[in-house]
Write a new protein. Sequence first.
Lengths: 133, 133, 133, 133
Amino acid sequence: MRVDTTSFVPIYEQIKKEIFRLVATGVLKPHDALPSIRDLAAELLVNPNTVARAYRELEQDGLVSTQKGRGSFVSGRAQPDIEKDVEVYLGPVLDEAIAEARKFNLGTEAIMTLFEKRLHKSPEAGRKGGRHE
Amino acid sequence: MRVDTTSFVPIYEQIKKEIFRLVATGVLKPHDALPSIRDLAAELLVNPNTVARAYRELEQDGLVSTQKGRGSFVSGRAQPDIEKDVEVYLGPVLDEAIAEARKFNLGTEAIMTLFEKRLHKSPEAGRKGGRHE
Amino acid sequence: MRVDTTSFVPIYEQIKKEIFRLVATGVLKPHDALPSIRDLAAELLVNPNTVARAYRELEQDGLVSTQKGRGSFVSGRAQPDIEKDVEVYLGPVLDEAIAEARKFNLGTEAIMTLFEKRLHKSPEAGRKGGRHE
Amino acid sequence: MRVDTTSFVPIYEQIKKEIFRLVATGVLKPHDALPSIRDLAAELLVNPNTVARAYRELEQDGLVSTQKGRGSFVSGRAQPDIEKDVEVYLGPVLDEAIAEARKFNLGTEAIMTLFEKRLHKSPEAGRKGGRHE
DNA sequence: GTGGTCTAGACCACC
DNA sequence: GTGGTCTAGACCACA
């Protein structure tokens, strides 16, 4: 897992999204422990408070449940409806990109072509399995 | 032209991108006048300082030149190499979306399908001509 | 407005409740400005971050809406259904006290009597009007 | 006996209060044995350290005395002045609730009515006798 | 060891 | 001036 400190997107938000992704892709399953706040903070070279905020907000969203003194865990009621989750999350991301393209007055074909070109240049998925750093 | 106040992307940055787009697509041509800071601020329901900052940074980028008391204009040396500009600008945007999709361990096919689906749902290009609001 | 630093209830939570109360009682009305984070922090002798957290969570709850650089405001969609709000908020508080009393095996009458006794000793409402410190 | 892990009131504090209540209501009498730390911890699904802390502080308060290797007992000098104890303990609880209600600018009558309503909805005393879980 | 709260203080975006 | 984010570091509650 990594974090982009130059992005406009706040770090805590990046962390939230990353955790969501790990859950949505099934890398983290309900009741799995999340890395401890301090550990993740150390790994990301980020202040523990920043990680704590991400975890806290994930808890408010119901994705994570946390027990004082024990740690944070993927919520039992976390939906493993991966297909749907991915689309719910990714949809807006793609729509955003499409909207940007539309603003250049590009036609559907042109956008398609451009996208395909970049897509095939892009690297295949990272690692599939247990490691998620 | 519109601005998304809920986005993490700063408003002045959104304005910069929009102006850039208008120039790259030829809606605004070299020596054309930009809307006045006050007008644009009023239109976007945004503080004039915010527009001023966008214009100032565009000037530093050489895309716009400001003449005291007369207003701001598209720079004479603004490149109308639309093809290239579009790709230079849009490329990273698409790459970003693709990278997000890759993080869900989606294969090239799956991303393509998903993108196509959203693309065909999206509205055709907005306005073609002179209005740029 | 005041804050009890010895309470188990976190300061940010006390602030949230206090603001809620001010809205529920109509002291603060939709679109009214809240005190600035720095001002309230100074008044309560508390760190601005603590007030900021209260405001942020109130915003997540939809009670407050905040505009960068402008300040925080009572949300336009804040419900002025005072009667109901008071009961929704106060109900659990009273129930809690009742539950405590029940744990002493006190009968309904005994609790009533005891409550009445304390109630009549308690000071009438603070100030009614615009001052809310 | 039960414990609310979502409350801001620390668990050890909830346990202390519960024990106090059992003594004050005469359910536990001087020289009675308290449940063992392990048993109570198991019953409450709580860490033994937490129960231990409650017992330790109760001992400091003189309500409980612990004999190494034998267990904890209600102190011989524990006062069975139930009437008074109840009021001493319950008074502040009720006052707290009343203060909360006062903050909503409710009059004495309104508070009384509201309290009566909730009181009559509340279940009669739990168990009367020896069981104290 | 864990997470939770709070402080002090910096820097930035925006009005 | 406003709020937002982040850091560094303290102290506490809990396992």
